[in-house]
Ligand binder design. Structure first.
Ligand SMILES: [Zn+2]
Length: 55
């Protein structure tokens, strides 16, 4: 699960659609609409594996 950095809501992967803009990947918290950053951790160069930065 992902966790909203603003309100702490736990979000199922299937509950949100990750989006991409000029700044990168993110998902919008369904609770507070905070923009939570995601990063592509795929190392194969063939696909996308999104993860939430731990900072
Ligand atoms: Zn939130």
């Amino acid at each position: 699960m992902w966790k909203c950095k603003k309100c702490g809501l736990l979000v199922m992967f299937s509950a949100v659609d990750p989006e991409v803009d000029a700044d990168g990947c993110y998902f919008l918290c369904p609770g507070c609409e905070h923009r939570n950053k995601l990063e592509n951790v795929d190392k194969s160069g063939e696909g996308i594996a999104l993860a939430q930065p731990s900072d």
